[in-house]
Each structure stands twice: as structure tokens, then as C-alpha cells.
Write a protein that binds this ligand. Sequence first.
Ligand SMILES: [Zn+2]
Length: 183
Amino acid sequence: MSKIKNLIIISALFCLITPVSALAYSYSGYKWFQTPGTIRTVDIDPIGRNTAEELAIRNSMSSWSNAGAKFYYVDTTTSGNDFGYYYEVSNDLAVNRIEINWLGYITRTYVKVNTYHPWATNGDANSYDFESMAAHELGHGLRLLHSSDTAATMYYSMSRGETKKRTLETDDKNGIKYIYGSL
Ligand SMILES: [Zn+2]
């Protein structure tokens, strides 16, 4: 089991908010000021991302966009909200960072994927599922934290070959609805 870490970059000191937990999901107190959140799916990283990974990111955006909440992601070619890559010998699979303004609103979110681990988009049993990771990290991008529900997309870890995080659970949907309101 490897961890899917999330870090937070706070751009002001005025942002200490106690996390609230309702049911199993967990929320940090930060949110996007307005919807949609934008994600650039086409890679500009020198490592290069294949089209299957781009599709996986778009699928993950759709999962959250169709969760029944007043928040959705859209694909963009210009925003700095991106999936990039890094290499580190560690159990961390990917890292999500957000930037917030002094009002506590999210101004940027981006993901780094650790290429130390094997990734696949076809459910390969010996690799980590790229779409499951993307769905989890985009949950952090809208500012859910980790859920204690082991079935949830926002559970903190996943195993090789596991693809269940592609599909949001009721707990994940309850989380995004709590933050942004139900449609
Ligand atoms: Zn996480």
C-alpha cells in the first residue's frame, strides 16, 4: 500500500481553519470561489503524457462534475492547474498542492505524479491505476481531505491493480455536496 499524499501551500497566515468531519469524508475548510475549476489535461511536461493518461484525467474530471454538486471541472489549455511528474524513491504515489488567497479561496491546484512507481491506464495488476489516482487527487483539488471509508475514492491509499477509486462512492459525493451544495 502506498500513500497518496496531499500538501497544502498557504499563501497567507490568516487561514487556520479546523477541519470538519461529517460521516466519513473530511473537509479542510477551503473551496473554490466559483465553479468551474479548470484543469489542463494536455501535458506540457518534458516527460510527456500519453493520450490514455489525458483521457483518464478527463474521466476523473467528469466523475466529480457529475457527482450532483454545484461544482464542476472543465478542461483548459491555458490554466496552470496541471498534472506534472516527479521522481522520488518513496511510498508516495502522487502529491496534490493547492494555493489559496487570503480569503481562504482556492486559486490554484496542481498534481505531481511520482514516476518511481509503475503506472497504467488498463488496470494492469502490477501497476497503479492512473485514473484512480487522478480521481483521488482531483478530490483534493476541490478540497476534500482523506475519508475513513475504505471504499471511498478519497481513502488515503491504494494497491497495485486497484481501479475502484475511478468510481465515486456515496461518501465522496456527500463530501463534494457538503462543500459546494447539491444541484
Ligand atoms: Zn490523498
